[in-house]
Ligand binder design. Structure first.
Ligand code: FAD
Length: 460
């Protein structure tokens, strides 16, 4: 078998004849990517009266919140004020009704050793604070399958036409205007046409291929896993009574994992099941299949070794077992849109308020221009790949803020369709008013700690 000869005769690139694909649907608004930002965008556009199609490559909705098993909703407070509302609040309410979300009550949102001991291991604390212990705050620990169920209900109730198992492969662009997309499916390529397309793939798959400018970087990659049959009461009692000894064991575990935040395990709404946000690995490109294959192998090797050690050494974990490993690698950052406005680290840390602010994170603000590509018309972007520098994205990409961006583009897309406008011509004021109608905070009224001086209030 002359493998070498075969290999050397392979072309380095190939071009296929242009493909033919049946048109499956024509919608007002087409959302590509069913993660937190995508579901928020699709539901909001549909509730605004638009005919909406939502495409998702995997078998369920939720993106990193379900498939990546990212289990704490945070970054939605500015002091005691809850700054991210709307669809994310609906998730919290519905998950709580199912017994699948845990939220500290208002009276417990304070700083004390006692409250830390009660809530710290749910991860419902202000991770930006430098106090010791950190303040307990409004945040939610939730169950990943519960997130899928609530997503299904929201999408179904809003009348969104959902297509799972549909992998976006190329945009349909005519004269700088996006007209639809092609998906790869088991039935072959399928085309979906729309007046407005929203890219919520997390890696600007659609916008990058449609010709929008982007930056490329990477940050920590994590394959989350969960352990079952953990005696969390015993584990917490041990670490509270023996902080020094517990720190030494946890240091060793984190070394075996090869990287983790201070608390490498957190409690979940299910008794005895803990969430492990580790191992943190750097240097992997989240859109490169070869890198992602290597990351999957590296992560599983580290997890196996660490779990053996945990069982043998950490009180409360003696009889634990590996419940599951996330079906989706936790990729935090890849391609970032470089759109009409590029958010900087200063904008985030200085809490810069913009005239065209349409969504809010913790204490920072997203201008509508950071959701608009420069080069392509009728295309909007929302979620972790929004227009930001890599440094700014790291601190402004949690699930609730991504959902706020999703709601803003859902409102904008519906307004564009209703008024026969280009999406870039939709007024920020109209989006702000639409956000309020949907119960979401558009951040149009700056908080007292926002930077609103003449240089900072960047005009739209
Ligand atoms: C390990 C880890 C821990 C984190 N911890 C927290 C935390 O504690 N709290 C918090 O709030 N945030 C956390 N984050 C951040 C947060 O999870 C993400 O930033 C957030 O989920 C981004 O939402 P999104 O909708 O923009 O993108 P994603 O969640 O990535 O969703 C994108 C969706 O698009 C789909 N998609 C992608 N490409 C295609 C395609 N070509 N065709 C069709 N569909 C496609 C995906 O399958 C997915 O459903 C964490 C992230 C990681 C990785």
């Amino acid at each position: 078998m002359n493998t070498l000869e075969l290999t050397s005769s392979i072309e380095l690139s190939t071009t296929t004849a242009d493909l033919t694909a049946p048109v499956i649907s024509r919608s007002d608004v087409l959302v590509v990517g069913g993660g937190p930002a995508g579901v928020a965008a699709a539901v909001t556009a549909a509730r605004s009266g638009a005919k909406v199609t939502l495409l998702e490559r995997y078998s369920s909705l939720g993106g990193l919140a379900s498939g990546g098993m990212v289990l704490v909703l945070d970054d939605m407070i500015n002091g005691q004020e809850i700054t991210v509302t709307g669809v994310v609040s609906e998730y919290v309410e519905r998950l709580q009704k199912l017994g699948l979300a845990i939220v500290p009550p208002a009276d417990d949102r304070k700083t004390s050793e006692e409250l830390w001991n009660k809530w710290g291991r749910y991860g419902t604390f202000d991770f930006h604070s430098h106090t010791n212990p950190k303040p307990i705050c409004y945040a939610a620990a939730f169950d990943p399958d519960g997130w899928k169920r609530v997503s299904n209900d929201l999408v179904r109730e809003a009348g969104v036409d959902l297509r799972l198992h549909s992998w976006f492969s190329r945009p349909i662009v005519d004269n700088g205007v996006i007209k639809g997309v092609i998906c790869e499916t088991k039935l072959g390529p399928q085309a979906f046409m729309a007046d407005v397309v929203i890219d919520t793939t997390g890696d600007i798959d659609v916008a990058s291929r449609a010709g929008a400018s982007y930056a490329k970087d990477n940050y920590l990659t994590t394959l989350v896993f969960r352990l079952g049959n953990v005696d969390t009461k015993a584990a917490e009692a041990f670490e509270q009574a023996n902080p020094k000894e517990a720190r030494a064991i946890n240091r060793k575990i984190k070394r075996l994992l090869g990287g983790a935040w201070e608390l490498w395990w957190l409690k979940t709404p299910i008794d005895g099941v803990v969430w492990c946000n580790a191992p943190h690995m750097s240097g992997f490109d989240g859109v490169d299949p070869a890198d992602m294959t290597a990351a999957e192998f590296a992560a599983r090797d580290r997890i196996s070794e660490a779990v053996d050690y945990v069982r043998a050494n950490l009180p409360g974990f003696e009889n634990c077992y590996m419940l599951d490993v996330a079906s989706q690698m936790g990729v935090r950052q890849t391609r970032l849109l470089q759109g009409e406005y590029v958010m900087t680290k200063d904008d985030v840390t200085q809490r810069r308020h913009f005239e065209d602010t349409v969504a809010r994170g913790r204490d920072y603000y997203y201008p509508y221009r950071s959701l608009l590509p420069k080069e392509v018309d009728q295309l909007l972007v929302a979620g972790r790949h929004y227009s930001a520098t890599p440094e700014a994205q790291k601190m402004s990409r949690e699930i609730p803020p991504c959902m706020a961006m999703g709601q803003a583009v859902g409102v904008a897309a519906a307004l564009a369709v209703e008024n026969n406008l280009l999406v870039r011509d939709v007024s920020a004021l109209d989006i702000q008013q639409g956000m309020r109608r949907h119960g979401a905070d558009p951040g149009d009224v700056p908080s007292s700690n926002a930077t609103v001086d003449a240089t900072a209030a960047v005009p739209a």
